[in-house]
Each structure stands twice: as C-alpha cells, then as structure tokens.
Design a protein around this ligand. Sequence first.
Ligand SMILES: Cc1cc2nc3c(=O)[nH]c(=O)nc-3n(C[C@H](O)[C@H](O)[C@H](O)COP(=O)(O)OP(=O)(O)OC[C@H]3O[C@@H](n4cnc5c(N)ncnc54)[C@H](O)[C@@H]3O)c2cc1C
Ligand SMILES: *[C@@H]1O[C@H](CO)[C@@H](O)[C@H](O)[C@H]1NC(C)=O
Ligand SMILES: *[C@@H]1O[C@H](CO)[C@@H](O)[C@H](O)[C@H]1NC(C)=O
Ligand SMILES: *[C@@H]1O[C@H](CO)[C@@H](O)[C@H](O)[C@H]1NC(C)=O
Ligand SMILES: *[C@@H]1O[C@H](CO)[C@@H](O)[C@H](O)[C@H]1NC(C)=O
Ligand SMILES: *[C@@H]1O[C@H](CO)[C@@H](O)[C@H](O)[C@H]1NC(C)=O
Ligand SMILES: *[C@@H]1O[C@H](CO)[C@@H](O)[C@H](O)[C@H]1NC(C)=O
Ligand SMILES: *[C@@H]1O[C@H](CO)[C@@H](O)[C@H](O)[C@H]1NC(C)=O
Ligand SMILES: *[C@@H]1O[C@H](CO)[C@@H](O)[C@H](O)[C@H]1NC(C)=O
Ligand SMILES: *[C@@H]1O[C@H](CO)[C@@H](O)[C@H](O)[C@H]1NC(C)=O
Length: 601
Amino acid sequence: MRPAVLSLVPVLGLLQPALAALYTSPAQLPAGRKYDYVVVGGGLGGGVVAARLAETASKNVLLIEAGPRLVPNRDIETIAIPFLCVGLAPDTPADWNYTSTVQPGLAGRTIDYPRGRVLGGSSSINYMIWNTGSSDDWDRYARVTGDSGWSWKAIQPFIKKVERIVPPADNHNTTGEYIPSIHGTSGPLGISLQGYPSLLDSRVIATTEQLSAEFPLNPDMNSGNPIGIGYSQFSVENGSRTSSATAYLEPALSSGSNLDVLVNTQVTKLFQTGTEQGLPAIRGVQFAQSAEGPFYVVNATTEVILSAGAIGTPQLLLLSGIGGSADLKKLGINTLVNLPDVGKNLQDHTVLPNIWSINATQTPDDYARNATLINDDLTQWATTGTGQLATPPATNIGWFRLPKNASIFDTLTDPSAGPTSPHYEFIFAEVWDSFTLPTPTTGHYMILSSNLFTPTSRGSVTLNTTNPFDFPIIDPALLNSAFDIYTIREAVKAAQRFMAAPAWDGFVIEQAGNFAGVTTDAEVEAYARANAATVFHPVGTAAMSPKGASSGVVDPNLTVKGTRGLRIVDASIFPYVPSMHPQGLVYLVAERAVTLIKAGC
Ligand SMILES: Cc1cc2nc3c(=O)[nH]c(=O)nc-3n(C[C@H](O)[C@H](O)[C@H](O)COP(=O)(O)OP(=O)(O)OC[C@H]3O[C@@H](n4cnc5c(N)ncnc54)[C@H](O)[C@@H]3O)c2cc1C
Ligand SMILES: *[C@@H]1O[C@H](CO)[C@@H](O)[C@H](O)[C@H]1NC(C)=O
Ligand SMILES: *[C@@H]1O[C@H](CO)[C@@H](O)[C@H](O)[C@H]1NC(C)=O
Ligand SMILES: *[C@@H]1O[C@H](CO)[C@@H](O)[C@H](O)[C@H]1NC(C)=O
Ligand SMILES: *[C@@H]1O[C@H](CO)[C@@H](O)[C@H](O)[C@H]1NC(C)=O
Ligand SMILES: *[C@@H]1O[C@H](CO)[C@@H](O)[C@H](O)[C@H]1NC(C)=O
Ligand SMILES: *[C@@H]1O[C@H](CO)[C@@H](O)[C@H](O)[C@H]1NC(C)=O
Ligand SMILES: *[C@@H]1O[C@H](CO)[C@@H](O)[C@H](O)[C@H]1NC(C)=O
Ligand SMILES: *[C@@H]1O[C@H](CO)[C@@H](O)[C@H](O)[C@H]1NC(C)=O
Ligand SMILES: *[C@@H]1O[C@H](CO)[C@@H](O)[C@H](O)[C@H]1NC(C)=O
C-alpha cells in the first residue's frame, strides 16, 4: 500500500496554457487534412517523436493518445509534485489499471501493473529516476542487432540532445555529486539531482567509506559505468516533474505548430493501405473512443509510428494481424504478417522494499497522520517549488554485481551484458514502502530496496479477446527462474550487510513489517516471493533483431519486419531489459529514431 496522500491534495490554483491543435474528439479533426506521420500513443517515445517530427514545418503530424491531457495545477496536482508520484497508480484517471496474471514466482499472487494512460504516458506517472544506461547494455544492443548505431559510443551524443541539467530544488552545491561534462545543458528535458536533504544521506555516504570494498561511491551513475553508490538524478526541474508531455508536447502545442494531438481516443487497429516491393504497406490507422464506436480512419502519407508502449504496442500489432499466425488463428484473426515474437520476450525488473524502523522524530510517514504537515509542505511546494515534496522518494541509488565466484555461476552463465551492467539495485528512501502492508499508525521507517535488474525469466503479452477495449493478458514472469530468486536473495543479504555498518548505529532500530526477523536463505526467499512487485519496467515485446533475421519484430532501424510504412518507437524494442531504470534509454531511442526518420532510413 502506498502513502495515501492523494486525497489530501487541495486545489492549488488555475493555470490554463494556450491550446493549439489539441482535439478531444475525432469529430473535431480538420476535415481533409493529410498527415505525413501518424504517431500512435502520446507517451514517452511517441511524445518525443511527434514533437520532433513537427519541427519540420512542411510536415503534418497527428498524435493519437488513449488517455486524457491532464494539466498540472488545473486537472491534477500530483503529476507535477515529485514526492507524490507514488499516488499516481494504481487505479487513477492517469493509469490503465492493468493487473498481471497469477505469478508463480510471487507465491501465486497477481500484482498491479501500472502504465500511464495520459499525455506523456508513463513519463507522466513514473518515479522520475534518471538513468542513461550502462555502456555494456548499449554495446550488447549494437552486437545483437548488428547495428553499431546502438553502441554506447554512438548513443552518447543523444544524451546531450535530451538533457538540460538544472540546479536541484534546494539549490545545494552539487560539486562532487555528478560529472558535469558528460551531461547535456541545452536539451528540452530538465534533469536535476536530489532537491531535499534526507536523514539517510550522510549515513549512506559514511557507509561507502566504512565498507568501501563492497559498496564504493560512484561519482556519476550515468557515465556508462553505474557500479557503486551514486547520487540520484531525476527528471525534475524547479521542483516539478519533467516528462515528454512537459518538455516536448506542451511546448510544441503552445507554439501552434503543425502538430495535431487527439486525446481520449484509442487506436483500435492498423491496416494495409497498399503493397510495396511485395510487402504490405501499413499506413492505415483506425481509432475510436469506445468499443461501440463510431470508428474513424486516417492514412499516413509517409509513415505510421507505433509508440503504445511495451503492453499497448504488441496488443495493437496482434489486433492488426501482425504476430504469430498460430496464436492469431486461435482468436480468429487473419494473419497479415507472421511475426511469432510479437508479445513474447516480456522482461521486467523486480522490486523488494526492505523496511527498517528508524530513530527519527519526523519522516514522510507522518503525511498520512498529520494534516498540518502535509498541508504545510504542499503550500511550500506550491509557493516556492521546494521542500520534501520537490524530490521523489529515493535519495541515493546503488548498483551492484554478484561476485565472480557466486555459486550460481557454477551452473549458469552470467546473463548480464558485461562488467558495467549491474545485476541488482539498492534504492534508499526515508519512508515506509510496502506493496502488501499499509503504513503503520506509529513509528518512523526507511527502506533499502533490493531490486533485480538482469532477470532471466521471460513473460508475454497476449490477447484475451479481439475487442481492443478489453485488456490484454500480461505475464511479466517475475522471479520465475533460479537465477532471479538467487540474485534477489543475494541482494537482500547485501542490503543487510550495508545496514550493519557502524554508520547506522543509534539510527536504525530493526527490520520491520514483513521483513521483521527475516534472516535465513529460506526466510529471505519466502519473504521475497510474498512481498516483491514490479519496478514498472516492461520491455522487449517487439524486440529489435538483425535485418533479415526471422526472430524479433523490428529491424535495427525500428521498422516492422515484413512491412512498409510502419515503425515502432517505444520500450518494446529492447531485446534485453536495460540493467538500469529505462526511461532515459527510451528518450535516447526516440531521439535516434527521429534522426533515422528524418534521414529517410
Ligand atoms: C509507476 C511507474 C513508475 C516508473 N518509474 C520509473 C523511474 O523512476 N525511472 C525510469 O527510468 N522509468 C520509470 N518507469 C518506466 C518508464 O516510465 C517507461 O519505461 C517509459 O515511460 C516507457 O515509454 P513508452 O513510450 O514505451 O511507453 P509509455 O510512456 O507508457 O507510453 C505509451 C502511451 O501509449 C498510449 N497507448 C497505449 N495503447 C494505445 C492505443 N491503442 N491507442 C492510443 N494510445 C495508446 C498510452 O496511454 C501511453 O500514453 C516507471 C513506470 C511506471 C508506470
Ligand atoms: C482506472 O481507474 C480509475 C479509478 O477507478 C478510473 O477513473 C479510470 O477510468 C480507470 N482507467 C481505465 C482505463 O479503466
Ligand atoms: C561548491 O563546493 C566545492 C567543493 O566543496 C567548492 O570548491 C565550490 O567553491 C563550491 N561552490 C560554491 C558556489 O559554493
Ligand atoms: C525554472 O525556473 C527558471 C528560473 O526561474 C526558469 O528560467 C525556467 O524557465 C523554469 N523552468 C521551467 C520548466 O519552468
Ligand atoms: C486509406 O487507405 C485505404 C486503403 O488504401 C482506403 O480504402 C481508404 O479510403 C483510405 N482512407 C482515407 C481516409 O484516406
Ligand atoms: C504535525 O506537523 C507539524 C508541522 O511540522 C508539527 O509542528 C506538529 O508538531 C506535528 N504534530 C504532531 C502531532 O506530530
Ligand atoms: C568468493 O571470493 C571471496 C574473496 O574474493 C570470498 O570471500 C568468498 O567466500 C568467495 N565466495 C564463494 C561463494 O566462494
Ligand atoms: C479475459 O476474459 C475473460 C472472459 O471474458 C475474463 O473473465 C477475464 O477477466 C479476462 N482477463 C483479463 C486479463 O482481462
Ligand atoms: C535516538 O537518537 C538519539 C539522538 O538523536 C539518541 O539520544 C538515542 O539514544 C537514540 N535512541 C536509540 C534507541 O538508539
Ligand atoms: C537503416 O537505413 C539506412 C538508410 O536506408 C540503411 O542504409 C541502413 O542499411 C539501414 N540499417 C539497417 C540495419 O537496417
């Protein structure tokens, strides 16, 4: 259960930016307008691609998003307020409200499976942790696709294209907390370091000195080598969330550009509009606001870009007859393109928030108990953009590898991409966090979560019915392999070693919640299976593979195999889940895709 502060948020004022070419119903679209590009899904990837393509004045771009445009401070405050991100899902107007299938690796539980359904997509509801990936992850993408354009060397210029490093909300001196030269200073997306001091900061840093062999300090986790403990970077500017909506789409809309954005409208099918070089050209897009219709169509003159995310993209491909013909046949769908890997290869990260009770007089645990505290902090945030609420609830982050002699490697080869790719992550936060227990009415808490980042389990997205408004079946297969459970167990034991450092004496009281008393391997395993959940990072369901390969879904240029006129630009194209938080990598993929599209590749 996440902190229940959403309902406490008062209306903080009205702000209504200019609307240019924003449509809330298909009937409003200008009759007869031709679109060079139709972008499906106004989330992270789609937001970047649509706004960038519309920079070319001669090109008309239509973006279709299933969810609403929620304007911070007008429709919803919590999207903008970093600390309150945990209240944006599940079951809010900005979430698809998906649930996973029964997870055998999670003791037979089903879990909430949030995805943003709003302009900005999941970048509007995510926790804002900013990572650009490990060099070995990128180099593996280049290797397995045969395209050096995905290598770390080739992708780094796009970091400068996306980022604009800005001061943290509290304006503290950030010298030594990041390496300025590797960051962008003029991109659209504001990025900043933690903007509020936490009770944990000095103790985490002291531990990196006391236990430096195992837990060294890393001067910047976004250098290509994240290993060690680093200071968090966030998609936050002036104490507010930045997203593909705030940084790309809203500026494009308010400049009155050649970008048309249609919200509250779901794309229900892609269809063939012709044949080119013996291949189906798929430039037709059907859409509607409900299963009852009416249904509308638009044909792109140049290209359709599918950016519905790692769940929505395979769902729409399958509904359109692009998938494994055997699977499609079972649902009575005619196969347009036989691509058996559509919806397969789903990979996700697993989070396990280990809780300790701490000796503190006030933490954000008190928000749910003390109306004065939350109201004071909301007022501070609204008037100055500062305070606890101006930073997401993660202070430092650590990235670690299993030791080379770990017993699991006696029988399994290392699934990671290489020595800069971490197997597991630590996230610190000075607040109770649990997916299975509510915040207690008394006491103060911290978490050091142990998160699995190189899973070997593979899940899937499949259709349940042929109604596009029904949810697909989502099986992330969390902790469903010997490697996965071994690694999360080792990550919990590493967290216990970390917290046993002298730096925590007199501050940490004991393991709490369902983590209380957990010590033996068997106890750790049972605790992990009963309490873990998703870090919300599904990828891989329309993966890249070499040009001409029969496996995979898209070529390295991101065009859908066996088609013309259809490209995918979102998290579904990663053949392996990045071993860090993926949003930064999705921005980089989207910016490179724009370069490819503009170059006619
Ligand atoms: C709760 C949460 C927390 C997260 N925290 C972090 C974090 O701290 N750091 C990090 O790096 N990553 C985080 N992520 C992950 C990150 O946000 C995603 O990896 C990223 O947004 C994926 O981008 P995308 O373009 O693939 O999909 P999305 O951003 O999800 O966009 C897909 C869009 O397509 C729309 N859509 C889907 N189907 C259709 C359709 N048929 N018709 C029209 N529109 C459609 C959706 O409504 C959505 O707007 C988090 C995600 C969630 C949900
Ligand atoms: C998700 O749940 C919220 C709250 O019940 C609701 O407002 C929203 O419409 C739901 N979204 C979908 C796609 O069903
Ligand atoms: C920030 O800290 C560094 C190192 O401690 C110091 O050299 C620098 O002068 C400080 N900058 C400001 C603006 O105070
Ligand atoms: C953040 O604040 C600075 C200084 O006031 C301002 O120049 C900048 O435009 C703000 N950024 C955003 C995204 O509002
Ligand atoms: C889209 O293309 C299809 C197939 O070529 C055609 O039948 C249809 O009329 C076109 N629709 C529009 C709106 O141009
Ligand atoms: C509630 O928070 C306010 C503001 O920080 C503080 O002054 C007050 O002591 C708190 N009340 C309780 C009961 O802790
Ligand atoms: C691995 O090596 C380290 C020293 O390098 C040693 O302390 C540890 O016990 C070894 N672990 C295993 C499982 O062999
Ligand atoms: C799949 O459809 C069945 C029958 O309509 C329904 O009971 C089930 O809940 C659906 N599953 C999902 C994941 O929506
Ligand atoms: C809690 O911290 C205070 C000082 O901050 C200290 O005096 C006290 O002994 C600590 N209590 C425990 C149980 O460690
Ligand atoms: C990408 O497109 C360019 C331009 O059409 C082409 O030269 C290149 O071979 C393509 N690369 C791949 C891997 O498909």
